[in-house]
Write a protein that binds this ligand. Structure first.
Ligand SMILES: [Zn+2]
Length: 228
């Protein structure tokens, strides 16, 4: 018998079982669905649940909240940089020793909020610098017009494509190696032609990102490391 939480929802027509990276089970059910049926559903999914629990415990890289202390490691395009503080009023940047330098105005002690804001600003700037040329390049190859690009904080996805053809990317995807960033770019650009996850959509993705299965698996394993 598994423990679970229930979310009874609006226009939902089917039952969905979700296992969080922390191995909590969330069950989403239609408005009139009897809760008493859930244990039986979970029992029937036992093999999948146990497999997912094991994956989360043994394979998935854990989420370690950032503390924004000197020496802490930050990922950019798959490489790791040590956070260093210096005095001054310069924008953060990476130095030749692979440090991510954050400047603190004089008299200012390195408080967490200030450092976090500087580091987030730096990531957003890098995201723009990396993503716009990658999108332009893949838009050319896929033969779609270069869309409007937004860099955002997205909690439930890494990228999003609206019906109006606007694409948003989570700023933190630039923590991942470039081949993962490229996969996310290709994925969203292919949504300009197929606004779904149909077999035709995936064939299109495969044409421009042949290792897309490996990329999806990489994201499943490492997503905890791509957050603050
Ligand atoms: Zn998608």
């Amino acid at each position: 018998m598994y423990k679970f939480t229930v979310e009874r929802g609006g226009r939902r027509k089917t039952v969905a079982v979700i296992i969080t990276p922390e191995n909590k089970i969330q069950v989403k059910i239609p408005r009139s669905f009897p809760e008493g049926k859930i244990p039986h559903i979970l029992e029937k999914k036992r093999r999948w649940i146990e497999k997912t629990f094991r994956f989360n415990r043994e394979v998935r890289r854990p989420y370690v909240p950032k503390r924004f202390l000197e020496g802490e490691r930050f990922l950019f395009l798959g490489s790791s940089y040590g956070l260093r503080f210096a005095a001054g009023e310069v924008s953060p940047h990476i130095d030749s020793q692979k440090n991510l330098l954050v400047y603190l105005p004089e008299e200012r002690r390195p408080d967490r909020d200030f450092v976090q804001k500087e580091v987030s600003g730096w990531y957003r700037e890098q995201a723009r610098r990396v993503l716009i040329p990658r999108c332009a390049e893949y838009a050319r190859r896929i033969r779609v017009a270069m869309p409007d690009i937004r860099i955002k904080s997205l909690t439930r996805s890494w990228g999003r494509c609206s019906a109006a053809g606007k694409i948003s990317f989570a700023w933190n995807i630039v923590m991942a190696p470039l081949f993962i960033v490229d996969y996310i770019v290709v994925h969203e650009l292919c949504h300009l032609q197929h606004l779904n996850h149909s077999p035709r959509f995936w064939r299109e993705v495969a044409a421009y990102s042949p290792r897309f299965r490996e990329c999806r698996e990489w994201i499943r394993v490492h997503q905890g490391m791509l957050r603050f």
